[in-house]
Design a protein around this ligand. Structure first.
Ligand SMILES: Cc1cc2nc3c(=O)[nH]c(=O)nc-3n(C[C@H](O)[C@H](O)[C@H](O)COP(=O)(O)O)c2cc1C
Length: 361
């Protein structure tokens, strides 16, 4: 990752993603870390974790549920209760005090739910009553079968859209700079988009345009709630995770990009699967005129080359931020990167979370 610092100079120029001004083009990609406290409230350890990483031009938080039904994993935070909003306010305050910017990723898991992870009773809702074929870690970390969802009614759809919009308002009340809608990796929005999880016969199912309707409605509602220029969205064309069909990613995703083109959204965060038969970044550029943040298995030199070539406006890193809280400073200095301890990713503890030191120089 480090290499010749001169090659990465372009990453240290400012950029605007909608209304959000970044001091550099290095974004921290969202990472679920399972450290929320009782009531799914952000904790002081989370405040410290994000504060340590505020050198990023923009932090995208871990996936955060917009309502109780959106929770699928153990100890993920929410942004629907007063206590949760208060917790996020402390995170926003700490990141801003360090000169950083931060948006919350809104992740509704839909059918990707192990009920024991929740700690409360709530229905499992999805576009159709088709269970996720993949197992998901339970509270003990052991993978368990996902619950069978109930197909969302028109009322559920309207209520969930309203919950997303309220979560976006809550983010702004907390002082966060905006929101990112998680449309990737087989969660609720991706479940609507994908024919393997969406067998609906109404206006939300069938053609790719119909399957794009619900995702576009959610983005429009959030844009109306807080301004489109504070709303980003993340997707991963060709990603089979959580039972997605990957036979024709362009046909699935281009209609969404077209549907949201007029909303003036802040950015598209593209988890580029580097598909053999599709240039994903070119597909996005061709269908959508806003800024692109590119992600997936990149290093600083590769990210800088993509920005230099005009294929993206910024680059995001996930795993590199785990053990390198000062990743941006290390890239700038060409310093070596520390390796994370992957056994401590989801333990709920501060060990392996806030105890990775900054580079000693
Ligand atoms: C521990 C961990 C948790 C993750 N959680 C999320 C998440 O909550 N939301 C999301 O969109 N992606 C999530 N991802 C995917 C990353 O954001 C990123 O797309 C992926 O790790 C590839 O980027 P990298 O090669 O820079 O690590 C997670 C990845 C890791 C390693």
């Amino acid at each position: 990752m480090p290499g010749d610092p001169g090659l990465t100079d372009i990453l240290f120029t400012p950029v605007a993603l909608g209304a959000i001004s970044l001091a550099n083009r290095i974004v921290m990609s969202p990472m679920t870390r399972d450290r929320a406290g009782p009531g799914d409230v952000p904790t002081p350890a989370m405040v410290e974790y994000y504060r340590q990483r505020a050198g990023a031009g923009l932090i995208v938080t871990e996936g955060t549920q917009p309502n109780p039904a959106g929770k699928g994993y153990w100890r993920t935070p929410g942004i629907h209760s007063d206590a949760q909003v208060e917790g996020w306010a402390r995170v926003a305050e700490a990141v801003h005090a360090e000169g950083g910017k931060i948006v919350v990723q809104l992740m509704h898991c839909g059918r990707v739910v192990v009920s024991a992870n929740r700690g409360f009773e709530a229905e499992v809702l999805a576009p159709s009553a088709l269970p996720c074929p993949d197992n998901v870690p339970g509270p003990d970390g052991v993978p368990a079968a996902c619950a069978t969802p109930r197909a969302m009614t028109a009322d559920d759809i309207a209520a969930t859209v309203a919950d997303y919009a309220q979560a976006a308002r809550n983010a702004r009340v907390a002082g966060l700079d905006g929101v990112e809608l998680h449309c990737a990796s087989g969660y609720l929005i991706n479940q609507f988009l994908n024919s393997a999880s969406n067998a609906r016969e109404d206006e939300y199912g069938g053609s790719a345009e119909n399957r794009a309707r619900y995702p576009a409605m959610v983005l429009a509602a959030m844009a109306e709630a807080i301004g489109g220029d504070r709303v980003g969205f993340r997707f991963s064309p060709g990603n089979p995770y959580n039972g997605m069909d990957v036979s024709d990613p362009a046909a699935t995703f281009v209609p969404v990009l077209r549907a949201v083109e007029g909303l003036g959204l802040a950015y598209a965060h593209v988890l580029d699967m580097q598909l053999a038969d599709l240039d994903t970044l070119a597909m996005v550029r061709g269908a959508w005129s806003g800024p692109i943040v590119v992600n997936n298995m990149l290093d600083a030199a590769k990210g800088a080359a993509l920005v230099e070539a005009g294929r993206a406006e910024a680059v995001s890193f996930a795993r590199a931020f785990i053990a390198n809280p000062d990743l941006v400073a290390r890239i700038r200095a060409g310093a070596p990167l520390a390796k994370p301890n992957y056994t401590l990713l989801y333990t709920g503890e501060e060990k392996g979370y806030t105890d990775y030191p900054a580079w000693a120089g």
